[in-house]
Design a protein around this ligand. Sequence first.
Ligand SMILES: Cc1cc2nc3c(=O)[nH]c(=O)nc-3n(C[C@H](O)[C@H](O)[C@H](O)COP(=O)(O)OP(=O)(O)OC[C@H]3O[C@@H](n4cnc5c(N)ncnc54)[C@H](O)[C@@H]3O)c2cc1C
Length: 438
Amino acid sequence: MGDSKAPRLDVAIVGGGIIGVMTAIGLLHRHMNVTIYERAAAWHEIGAGFGFTGIARECMRRLDPALLDTLSRISQKTSSSANTRYWDAFHPRTKQDAQQEASALLFQMPEAHLAFWGAVRSHLLLAMAALLPEGVVRFEKQLVGYGDEPGSDKVVLRFADGTVADAHVLIGCDGIHSTTRQLLLGPDHPASRPSFTHTVAYRTMVPMAAGVEALGENKALSACMHCAPNVNMMSYPVMNGTFLNIAVFAHESSGFSDTDTMTAPATRDEVSRVAGLSPHMADMAQLFPEKLIKWGIFDMCENPAPTYARGLVCIAGDAAHSSSPHQGVGACMGVEDALVLCEVLAEANDKLSSESSQTTNRLALERALQAYSSVRMERSQWLVRSSREMGEMYQWRYGPTGRDAERCQAKLAKASRKLWDFSVDEMVLDARKRATAL
Ligand SMILES: Cc1cc2nc3c(=O)[nH]c(=O)nc-3n(C[C@H](O)[C@H](O)[C@H](O)COP(=O)(O)OP(=O)(O)OC[C@H]3O[C@@H](n4cnc5c(N)ncnc54)[C@H](O)[C@@H]3O)c2cc1C
């Protein structure tokens, strides 16, 4: 706080996922007090891969350079001169045809400014957690309620074990089923629950040698999207090229039974059934374990949140704008959220004073959170819509565009440009300006 006698801002983060931990590291780097409340008993993430764009990496660097160093240490870096290639996984009938660019390549998109750095989710979470000082995380703390009285300068958090805690600000990074979002918008608000996108995902990672055997070296060693009616498959190398990350997405016309866990048991036979359309996808299906879990893909496209902040409480990452994974940047949007939050809260922190009234201090924090919400709304909700459309396009269900390689390429190029042709500086300046002008 500006006043040396004033206590530093206490920030409570609910959820120790990728975005909760990144936000905590950014706030600690700006000398605020942070506690993460995570409902699980220990750090948990799955062993699948995900990637971060150049913009997300720039945000990580600004959050705390140690974050970018951490990602750099463990990630597989796509060169900016590389291409993601989009293949026809339906018409070529032989492996040889499926491998030939002349008979199977639909188009390719330069990585250019996106230049993803791919990491294994569980590796990244643990590596980031190692940057946190002791005592920052409280496990087995499931948020069930909060009180945010207009006359108070603190929000009171209530947990399932009957304990309470307070903080100047509560940031809900509690994922797609966010309790914070339900409490902030009200349990009956349509945006309190995500919707099923009628897509399921089967994911695995296999040693690169097996990937090369199934796809051929040309396809296995680079990022590829394999497109077909009602099914698509993404494959790319991770862990310094030693493993191939594979995700098969299939259209599911009926509903999804378990909307809470968003998972259901599946078998290799099921993957073969949905992905057996082409010789390459059929071979890849054989690399899945005999029994596995399939993921229902849910998002907030149909019911976007009307705000990300109210009073001293806000939501970030998937809690605010959970997206389908087809554009591959859901977490990247959360990284941008984290940076804006850290910047507006640091600015508010500097202005707060022990001599000011509770109302003045509260107002400054409310303004900071409203500025965050208004700056992040358009871009993050665009991504949710765009990602849905990409999924439909890869499965040739997006009107005439789906089957038209040229139109697909143009649509993808436009969406990619919106992702990278973006100024982090302007986003941060805009948020700061709004925080003081509101
Ligand atoms: C198949 C797939 C592929 C993807 N690929 C990419 C990619 O390549 N690039 C990319 O940028 N994004 C990708 N994404 C999106 C990305 O995975 C998410 O955007 C990201 O994981 C969201 O992180 P988060 O921290 O907001 O939420 P989560 O990771 O869901 O973390 C939420 C945390 O909150 C905890 N929690 C929940 N409720 C409570 C409570 N009441 N109290 C306390 N704690 C609670 C949970 O236990 C969890 O630890 C992909 C998603 C999918 C499904």
